[in-house]
Write a protein that binds this ligand. Structure first.
Ligand code: FEO
Length: 183
């Protein structure tokens, strides 16, 4: 009996998503390098940490493909996107990127549902929740930047923003984990 437990379609979709996560890591890495070169060490620190998180996402998918007996395809990673034009633009691009990644994840959830591959469907639920957190985190940071003035933010405020973001937690709290005494 064949020990591969993934269909061709699911294996291809998961392999593509593994590369998407590696690409996301490169994007965060490139934005971090950009931020550092502009003197924003706090923003760079946050983005370097997030680049590692994306590598972890890649690794999770790789492990899942292997554990289901399918072939993992380590593919070339596309170059990262163009550098941001401002700190505001940096967080706008990050939010847009996370929304695009969510859409890619939802496609795999849909395929697994249609194929009744409940193991993959279950595995992908981790990513569904993770994307809610990632979008919330990106949304919160971009909102803060917009409140601070967006494209018109002053140097003083940028200084404080950069200092504060270094201590920003890597994860946003998901709605499922909120209680009335710990909103
Ligand atoms: Fe792996 Fe930012 O999603």
């Amino acid at each position: 009996m064949n020990t591969n437990r993934l269909s061709k379609t699911i294996a291809a979709a998961l392999n593509a998503q593994m590369t998407n996560e590696a690409h996301a890591s490169q994007i965060y890495l490139s934005y971090a390098a950009w931020a550092d070169s502009k003197g924003f060490a706090g923003i760079a620190n946050f983005l370097f940490r997030h680049a590692q998180e994306e590598r972890n996402h890649m690794q999770k998918i790789l492990e899942y493909i292997l554990k289901r007996g399918a072939q993992a395809e380590i593919a070339a990673i596309a170059p990262p996107h163009a550098n941001p034009t401002s700190v505001n633009n940096c967080f706008e691009k990050i939010f847009e990127h996370e929304v695009a990644n969510t859409k890619a994840i939802y496609k795999i959830v849909k395929i697994s549902f249609d194929e009744e591959d409940w193991a993959t469907w279950n595995f992908m639920q981790w990513f569904v929740k993770e994307q809610v957190e990632e979008e919330t985190l990106a949304m919160n940071l971009w909102n803060k930047m917009k409140i601070a003035g967006g494209e018109k933010v002053s140097s003083d405020t940028l200084y404080s923003f950069d200092r504060d973001i270094e201590k920003t937690p890597d994860e946003a709290k998901a709605a499922q984990d909120v209680t009335t005494d710990k909103p």
